[in-house]
Ligand binder design. Structure first.
Ligand code: ATP
Ligand code: MG
Length: 553
């Protein structure tokens, strides 16, 4: 896999270097712990590149662990898509896939240990009462009346919870920490709750499920993780992470370090919100090419290497910030500018008849890349009737307009110079046909009499053209930070524009994940759901330049 050129260091790598130099650790072990409650998004890519990247560079393992403690929100489709996306991004996890649910028996035993030590109790306050008793940032919480049950009673009740003798919401296990702690996570956090829900891994074996905070630190310790990397919203939870590991008998002692989440402008990066976009049908699916999911980006034509490069460029810090979409777009543009073969496609066709050309077709030799001769050439038929893009013609225009104008000349890309002589319109006044003449002496060379031809436009031969659908995408949201408002009200209704046009013959075999530059129009790839030999459908990955700002300002 191609690696980003210079690997930048970051504060986490500096901590690791120090831990290795001081002898605190002899080797490094990381993990990536997704909850299987949605598809992976570009924010996860940041975490994957960080965790797997560190493991690779320090020659240690990185585990894949499904953090699956909430059976009602999780399912096997998500478990599978996550594995697929990690592999696609170019990473391999250490050994078998882990599941937090693998540790349910041990987690139960550690909970019993806390109860025995008088550090956990069964609370019978309702969930609402628990919230009310918790206090606020300015007020301390209140102790639950059930806080001082005996160890024996707690043990028996916990066992009965496990056996299904309590109704959902009627009891839970809480850590006994400090209801007056300035850190709300430390105010007797819930460790276990009752859920009569079937689990995708453990079936109906359990009706009590451990909470994230209890599960995560213990799973890390059981797997021998040295550096447990998570996002900044877990900063306060680190106290609980340490409290739990300090109070149970577990030999390994991982440490948690937090970094800032990736936020991208004009989109939302939260599985909950993405899930809502899918279930309420604001987008077609998790892999809709407008989604910031890895599957959506892949379908749109982003390559794994461009996403790794993006993660490399944004770096890892503790600073919260919003990254511009143009930062992501420039990664794929830079890559495809180098390696995507060129082809010709007409998104809004208008017919051109070259009246002084005979009926015979010519096969022109056209380079697949203007400055990469090793990418070879292809034969493209040229004939009397061609399509050009409607936007490449005007009846009148000033000198700035470097395309075809009535009475003037333009060059057809890799072919001849043509001159627009007259036009024919339909009853609505729209140009139907442009009648031209061509200069037969200008195949890939300037006119002999020294006429200067300014513009170059692209074309396809009508007799050889293949019909194709083009899907042009814009930002999914119309404001930079849709998360600060009711995000559904900020959806950009023009985020998908579909055009029907034509492509050159060589694109008959276009495949998903195989990008092309359509000359002057952008980078495109065949759509993995809709494109077939009978009906070509292309997604625009990204335009050639960042024209967006210009258009809106
Ligand atoms: P979401 O809010 O989208 O559900 P999450 O943090 O709940 O995200 P998890 O499946 O729990 O999603 O995340 C797995 C790992 O990916 C975690 O370590 C998490 O910190 C990290 N992660 C999730 N979102 C981002 C992001 N935007 N930027 C960087 N890392 C992220
Ligand atoms: Mg989560």
């Amino acid at each position: 896999m191609s690696e980003p050129k210079a690997r930048k260091t970051n504060f986490i790598r500096q901590i690791i270097d120090k831990d290795l130099t001081s002898g605190k650790h002899r080797s490094i072990h990381t993990r990536f712990p997704p909850e299987p409650n949605g598809y992976l998004h570009i924010g996860h890519a940041k975490s994957i590149c960080l965790n797997f990247g560190i493991a690779k560079d320090y020659q240690g393992p990185c585990n894949l662990r499904f953090d699956d403690t909430n059976p009602t929100k999780e399912n096997i489709e998500f478990v599978e898509s996550i594995q697929h996306d990690i592999k696609w991004l170019g990473f391999r996890w250490n050994g078998e896939i882990r599941y937090s649910s693998n540790y349910f028996p041990q987690l139960y035993q550690y909970a019993v240990e806390l109860i025995r030590k008088g550090l956990a109790y069964i609370d019978e306050l309702s969930p609402k009462q628990i919230r009310d008793y918790r206090g606020s940032l300015t007020e301390p919480g209140k102790n639950s009346p059930f806080r001082d049950r005996s160890v024996e009673e707690n043990l028996a009740m916990f066992e009965n919870m496990r056996l299904g003798e309590f109704a959902e919401g009627s009891a839970c296990l809480r850590a006994k920490v400090n209801m007056a702690s300035p850190f709300i996570v430390m105010r007797d956090p819930v460790l276990y709750r009752i859920k009569f829900a079937e689990h995708h891994q453990t079936g109906n074996q359990w009706c009590i499920y451990p909470m994230y905070d209890f599960t995560h630190c213990i799973s890390d310790a059981l797997e021998g993780i040295t550096h447990s990397l998570c996002t900044l919203e877990f900063q306060d939870n680190r106290r609980l992470y340490d409290w739990i590991l300090d109070n149970i008998s577990i030999p390994c002692r991982p440490r948690q370090y937090e970094f800032s989440r990736l936020n991208l402008e004009y989109t939302v990066i939260s599985k909950r919100k993405l899930n809502q976009l899918v279930t309420e049908k604001h987008v077609e699916s998790w892999d809709d090419p407008r989604m910031p999911t890895l599957s959506g980006l892949r379908r749109r034509g982003y390559t794994a290497s461009s996403i790794r490069e993006f993660c490399q460029r944004i770096g890892v810090t503790k600073q919260e910030n919003y990254i511009k979409i143009s930062a992501l777009e420039s990664c794929i543009r830079d890559e495809l500018n180098e390696n995507a073969p060129r082809a010709m496609a007409i998104l809004e066709p208008v017919k051109v008849v070259i009246e002084n050309k005979g009926q015979e077709e010519e096969l022109l030799t056209i380079p697949n890349h203007p400055n990469q001769p090793k990418m070879g050439n292809r034969k493209v038929p040229f004939s009397r009737k061609i399509y050009i893009d409607r936007t490449d013609f005007r009846e009148e225009a000033n000198k700035q307009y470097k395309r075809l104008v009535l009475g003037q000349e333009v060059r057809l890309r890799y072919a001849y110079v043509i001159k627009a002589e007259r036009i024919e319109k339909d009853i609505t006044g729209e140009v139907r046909t442009i009648f031209c003449t061509y200069d037969a002496e200008t195949l890939n060379k300037d006119p002999v009499d020294g006429r200067k031809i300014k513009g170059v436009i692209h074309w396809v031969s009508i007799a050889h053209a293949l019909p194709a659908e083009f899907r042009l995408y814009d930002r999914l949201f119309s404001i930079p930070n849709p998360a600060v408002v009711d995000f559904l009200t900020a959806i950009n209704s023009g985020s998908l524009v579909i055009k029907q046009g034509f492509v050159e013959q060589s694109l008959a075999s276009a495949k998903p994940e195989k990008p092309y530059q359509f000359e002057r129009k952008g980078y495109f790839c065949a759509d993995s759901h809709y494109s077939s030999a009978d009906h070509l459908v292309f997604n625009r990955t990204v335009s050639l330049r960042d024209t967006w700002k210009k258009l809106r300002s």
